[in-house]
Structure formats: structure tokens, C-alpha cells
Design a protein around this ligand. Sequence first.
Ligand code: PMP
Ligand code: GLU
Length: 402
Amino acid sequence: MATKLSNRCRLIKPSPTLSLSAKAKEMKDAGIDVISFSVGEPDFPTPDYIKNAAHKAIDANYTRYTNNAGILELRQAICDKLLRDNDLKYSPKEILVSPGAKASIVNALTAVCDVKDQVLMGAPYWVSYPYQVALANAEPIYIPTKEEDGYKIRAAELEIAIQENPCTKALILNSPGNPTGAVYTKEELAALAEICIKYDILVISDEIYERLVYDDVKHISIASISEEMKQRTIVINGVSKAYAMTGWRLGYAAGPANIIATAGKVQEHSTSCVNSITQYACVTALNEEDDSIEKMRQEFSVRRDFLYNELKKIPHISCFKPQGAFYIMPGIKWYLDNNNQNIQTSDDFCAKLLDKYSVALVPGSSFGMEGTVRFSYANSMENIKEGISRFASFLQELNPGR
Ligand code: PMP
Ligand code: GLU
């Protein structure tokens, strides 16, 4: 007889972004000309100045376990970065370095949540948040957001959600956001902060896309709104996106020392410290940044403009212009309602698109937003051009008379 799995884990589904990109890779390996817009990871190699630092760390034999929370030089470099970029003053004991921002979020949620606690998040949400909350034994609660509101949670909606869910412990806020690219302004954050303080809610502020903002948009951390807000915020960040270091696995959390110490205990008994070489490379990544980081941002900005303009040309596609991250999430609802192939859901839509046109997109259902699909434009311009042309042909095929 098969062993019964834990209730918590039976509900967890695989990450759709990771499984779709694995499927696209399999198709590619089988010789199919697939264009994958599925996974969100920079297509650039890690910059040389960071790779050189890793080579040096290996040669210097920095190959042992480090302090569980991260080497002091790195936690100091993170404190310096938070002061420089975010106007936030932390000391190294308020920093926990973990194997990716994913682990930072799970450690933080595990440190603060009990059974029956509720954790709020805006929908659409990043695919992993609901399961990360479930892993921490708490319940995810969704606050629907609308395209006309820029996919942002309004303070009044937050207040209603808290009143309707009396066991609310925390809010996960993600700005710049995955999958919409929405970026909260200082005024919007101040209004949310007021509610969080009023109801004593902790904010897990996922700022992993902070460096990827476009036009004159500025990233602001909700922790910088006031000292009172900083006391109830855990800032999450990492090197995966800005420094093109997804495979190196390093994220970090900054927050009140008691929460960070408890999250550190969770880590100590599960994964322990981050790979030592990665940690040394990240000291250099943060302290000695060269112009390669800004160049990647500029390239993403050009791709965003191109993809957005191409999507706008397609009849019956609605499209919010992302202000940050590297995703765009057009609405395909008209085509779900008006097509000749009995396609009814974003899942069916993406399956058919992959099957017939070899283009991989993530269905909006994965983000709690049926009627949409997500493109990641962390892809070459050549692939973006070919991919959007195939996408347009697919829509034409679905409704030739539109
Ligand atoms: N937060 C968001 C919103 C993300 O899109 C990602 C991407 N994987 C992460 C956190 C985690 O990043 P990582 O674990 O690679 O640091
Ligand atoms: N966060 C990225 C995405 O949404 C990477 C994939 C993942 O970690 O789930 O595509």
C-alpha cells in the first residue's frame, strides 16, 4: 500500500513555469524549433567581474561551510546596498542569506506562520506564493486586482480583506511584480502601510525585480515608508534577476532581528548556508558592480517596448504596459470566447499554441488570472520577433474573420 502523503504536500502542484520550460527544452532537444517565453530568467551570462570573483574564491579554497546566515562580508555588502539603494539601515544580524529568494520567502513564512494563519496576496500572483504559504501550514487568501487599477491592491481593498479574514498574519507584496510588471508608487505604498500598521500585519516585500524598472519609474521599498513599517516588513531580494545569476542560488531577507534569527534556525536545520563560492562572488557582485548590469536592464527595456507594441497591433488583445520585471501579460479573453477550435481556457490555449506553433507561454490560470497568458521577454530579440509572429498567426487561425 502506498504511504499516505502529508495533507500540506498533497495540495502542492509542480511549478508551472519550471515544468513548462522543462517541456520546451525537451522539445528543443528532440529537434523542434521551440520558442520559449515560459521561464523568467535572464538569457545573458553572468557578468565577467562576478565570474572572476568566483574563480578567485575557489583558488583561495573558500570551500567550507560558512556561517549559516551568510559570511559577514556579504551580509555587510547587503546592508550597504540596502542603505545605498533603498535608504534602509540594517545591521548584519538583521540579514539572512539563503539559497535563492524562494528559500528566503519559505524560511520567513515558516518563522512567522502557525496553522490557521492567513496570508494575503494580490491576484494575479507569482506561481509559488500560494504553495510557499501552504508549506508554512498557513492559508493563502487572494485579493483580486484589475487591469484598470494597474494590477495593484488598493488600500481600501486590503482593509476589507483583513476584516473578512480575521486570522490574517501577513501580506505578500511583490513590486515590481511577476507576472504583470506592475510597480507601486510611494503614495500607494504609504496607503497600504497605514492599513498594515493599523491591523498589525507583517509585510513580506518581494523586491527581486527592483533593478528592472523602465522609463522614469522608481522602485520604492515599503519598509522605507516609516520606521514603524520597517519594523513589520521583511524585505526579500536576491541576485538571480538583476545580476543574471539564477543558477548560483542566492537570495536574502532583511528584517527584525528576532524574525531573521528564527528564519535562520529553519535554514540551519534544512539547507544550512548557501554555497560558499556563490557567497564570495556575490560580495563582488554587490560591491563592485560594473556597467553590465545597467546594460542588461536597457536591453530588457527595448524588448519590452517592442513586444508591447507588437501585442497592441493584434485585434482584440488587451495589454497592460509593464513598468518593471521582464513579463507581459496580455488578455486573450476575446479569443477564448470566439474561436473555431473549442479552446475555452488559458491552459487549452497554451497547450494548442505549443503543440501547433511551438511557442511556450504560461497560462494565466497559473497566476490566478484566467483569460490571460504570460510572456517572459528575457529572451533574444530574434526569438521575440519570431515568437510574436507565430502568436499572431495562431490568433488569426483561431478566428480568421475577426
Ligand atoms: N520572487 C519572484 C516574484 C520571482 O519571480 C522569483 C523567480 N524565481 C523569485 C522570487 C525567486 O527567485 P530565486 O529563488 O531565483 O532567487
Ligand atoms: N520566477 C521565474 C518565473 O516566474 C522563474 C521560475 C520559477 O522559479 O518558478 O518564471
